[in-house]
Design a protein around this ligand. Sequence first.
Ligand code: ADP
Ligand code: MG
Length: 443
Amino acid sequence: MSGQHFAPIFFERGKRGKHRLKFALRDLELAVILLALDMKKTIRDIDLRGKRALVRVDYNVPIDEATGKITDDSRIRETLPTLQYLLDAGAGIVLLTHFGRPKGQVVESLRVRFIASYLQDMIKRDVHYATHAVGLEADAQVRSVAPGQILLLENTRFYPGEEANDPAFAAALAAPGYDLYVNDAFGAAHRAHASTEGMARFIKAEGKPCVAGLLMARELEFLGQLLHNPARPFVAILGGVKVSDKIGVIRNLLPKVDTLLVGGAMAYAFESAMGRPVGTSYFKEADAPVAAELIELAREKGYDFRLPSDFLVADRDAADARVEHVPEGMIPLNMMGMDIGSETIASYSAIIERAKTVLWNGPMGRFEVKPFSRGTLEVAKAVARATDKGALTIIGGGDSAAAVKQMDLDDRMSHVSTGGGASLEFLEGQELPGVAVLDDKVS
Ligand code: ADP
Ligand code: MG
């Protein structure tokens, strides 16, 4: 649809000369985004009967270090519709995932056997496990997968070729011969690795389809709505600690949102850029110039960009710390900002509840420690109330998603993204390599 829709606009505007060309390019940019969204083929678009599918999933689940148990299984659970769809349609499934950071070598504690048994309990059918991802033994196991069967190959990151996107390793992954490649690993789609990108090229070169799984399609659809024609007012809430990672997102979102609310440790980069004291708050000097640039941009263009008007500060990062409530600009030298204050909670909540589209990425404070969880909890409640009133509400970011789940509010959000880094890069307007490689709907 976008190809037909956008080409005439481009032509018409392009005709009017240089001045208009800029707008035409923006349309083109939008067309590219749309292509990445609606235009990718999914498993619903192809014939699956009797086919053997390689399905790249992101089962890089968080583990409790003490017990070794999975603390949040949503990355597994959310692929079940894709797996069930493939099985019901008569396909056999070979799963591929990375897990942890073994850095290109075999680390016994990072074998994915336990994920195979976890999935087996969940999906209530046998899930076989291969102790290798490539090689003669793995290839034979793959070739024996019949329709209705599931095999999980070993951790892709045991091989140095994975993260290097080494063509030889990608070719080895594709070697057993697959009838199709399915990418359902949204959380890993921003990385051009052998299993997310390289091997898809080999499968494609054999004339076989490369398509999105249902989770991937849902992620692209929800996140895409933020970039393309969101219902207004569109409010973005950004917080957390990864300031430098998120500055690109702010830059891209500022012109698109009606209001941008900043909280979490991110706020101190902006406070500092404005010459206000940040005490011992989490803050990196290197972030200040970019923060200053964004403040200037917002001022110049009149964007509605808000910083907290008050903070909760503490003498240290601990549950029994001495806590004070201070207005902005008044953070004492020896104290650290740990949460947004009650005034900010009230003003942010009011803005959020009036929104028709909400994106939230990054907690408002150090929510894991009880005295500093209130800002995050209250903002989560406000977002939930916005959903109740009909807004489209999307949570991105691993810790934000964990916070919302911990507060049992995840069911009251329209969509909780499974991809932290991937959702950020997507919202920066970047094309994700693991998506780009998939077949377009109209070609
Ligand atoms: P996400 O994973 O949602 O993208 P980040 O990884 O950027 O979010 O940041 C999450 C972390 O930020 C949480 O562990 C939280 O404790 C921390 N955080 C938020 N505000 C503060 C603060 N004021 N001081 C220290 N840490 C903070
Ligand atoms: Mg995080």
